[in-house]
Write a protein that binds this ligand. Structure first.
Ligand code: UDP
Length: 412
């Protein structure tokens, strides 16, 4: 295990996004948790939504006076291969869980637990399946309350994988899901809570960028800033459906030839499948030079993601399974209309036809893109409504508050 260093936040700066009552409530719960030690444990500090959230949540909590550490598991390729398969199968993929896979998974959980055992915490929040079995290797006498935080869609998991995971998560004091419908088997879990993920309005990825500055940045990556741009920011992963995005773009392109597509994807260190899927995506794009496929290896970091989202005319998140989809909230926060797959956490964020669109198929997605490209007033209206939804529901401050409230409930 290694402790992750995070940036610095100024909790008071967030007041502008809080109404008076929420601010009072925040102060109350922060005081209540004064002196408590909190640990966050996950698999990686880079790539994907969990790392994104913790880079904001941990320093925000610190600046509010809470004592909180963020720990990353240490693993190697054999572990990440198993945990990626676990991730896929918990979202419903068919695959047989072998004895060897179990052995690898447990070996790394044991090793990491041993490196962690010296620390004394009041609340330990374990994110996703990768570190879920660590609880088995920590002495029972310890005072900490363990909480398991699920970021994926476990509504219809592969039964064998669920049984294996349930063996660990039923030992937790509470399990936190993003949506009620993701809870597969409530009866075996001790306490269940619903908390939605969030974005940080002050992160480099979400601070307001002037349109010209955003376009100057996208221009450097080969985008013609005078032509319309649609984009999707996400890992290269079948669930994110980058191939479907290209198909939707191709339909749009026939009717709206000036359109360009940017696919921005970071290669997460715990995602060994990413490269293979990136190559598939590149093959699907072929020789269409109006499709830009760009990764962190081309110099895309938070500011560039912000620029692509800000400079887009339409943002897509055409997922076919999605725990939440931070990129949806990020896109909506830029005031740009977002079209998402009608799945999982995307349905929590987009109210179809009001502050974005939900699409079931490639064709429907293409049709919605065309509607928005052809009707600028509608695009502006939907974009503004999207931003408002995020302000009301999906900012990091509410996220912190929800954790603190849950701690309080567990003390009752
Ligand atoms: N992301 C990024 N660069 C990329 C691709 C993704 O910074 O090239 C970020 C994205 O902005 C978002 C997170 O990674 O903050 C992805 O979170 P999401 O919940 O959308 O998906 P996950 O990868 O966790 O399934």
């Amino acid at each position: 295990m290694r402790k992750v260093k995070t940036g610095v936040k100024n909790y008071r700066q967030y007041s502008e996004f809080l109404n008076h009552d929420t601010e009072i409530e925040m102060d109350y719960y922060i005081k209540k948790n004064n002196g408590k030690k909190i640990a966050m444990i996950n698999a990686t500090s880079f790539g994907g939504g969990v790392a994104e959230i913790l880079h904001s949540l941990v320093p925000l909590a610190k600046s509010a006076g809470l004592v909180i550490d963020w720990w990353n598991m240490e693993g190697t390729d054999e572990f990440y291969k198993v945990t990626k398969m676990m991730h896929n199968c918990l979202q419903g993929m068919e695959h047989e869980l072998t004895a060897k896979e179990k052995e690898i998974y447990l070996k790394y959980n044991k090793k990491n637990a041993e490196a962690f055992a010296d620390e004394e915490y009041d609340y330990i929040i374990v994110h996703d399946p990768q570190p879920a079995a660590m609880i088995d290797y920590i002495p029972k006498s310890r005072k900490a309350k363990w909480l398991w935080r699920c970021h994926i869609d476990t509504s219809a998991p592969n039964e064998e994988y669920w049984r294996f995971l349930a063996g660990f998560i039923k030992k937790y004091e509470a399990c936190i899901f993003t949506m009620e419908e993701f809870i597969y088997e409530k009866a075996v879990l001790s306490n269940v809570a619903i908390i939605t993920p969030s974005i940080d309005p002050f992160s480099k990825k979400n601070i307001p960028l002037a349109e010209e500055e955003a376009k100057e940045i996208t221009g450097r990556f080969g985008i013609d800033v005078n032509r319309p741009l649609i984009s999707q920011v996400s890992r290269f992963d079948p669930w994110k459906d980058p191939l479907g995005v290209i198909e939707a773009y191709k339909i749009v392109k026939k009717e709206y030839p000036s359109v360009q597509l940017a696919l921005i994807g970071s290669m997460a260190s715990d995602d060994p499948e990413g490269w293979e899927y990136l190559y598939r995506t590149l093959r699907r794009a072929g020789e269409d030079y109006d499709i830009e496929i760009i990764t962190n290896f081309n110099g895309v970091s938070d500011l560039e993601v912000n620029a692509f989202q800000t400079a887009s005319d339409v943002i897509l998140q055409k997922s076919i399974k999605e725990g939440f989809g931070l990129t949806v909230a990020e896109g909506m926060w830029k005031g740009v209309p977002v079209i998402g797959g009608r799945v999982g956490g995307i349905k929590l964020q987009i109210d179809d036809g009001i502050n974005g669109y939900l699409a079931d198929t490639v064709e429907e997605c293409a049709e919605r893109i065309l509607t928005l490209l052809r009707n600028m007033a509608l695009a502006v209206e939907i974009g503004e409504a999207g931003k408002e939804k995020v302000r009301a529901k999906f900012l990091i401050t509410s996220h912190l508050l929800n954790y603190l409230k849950l701690f309080e409930q567990l003390e009752d």
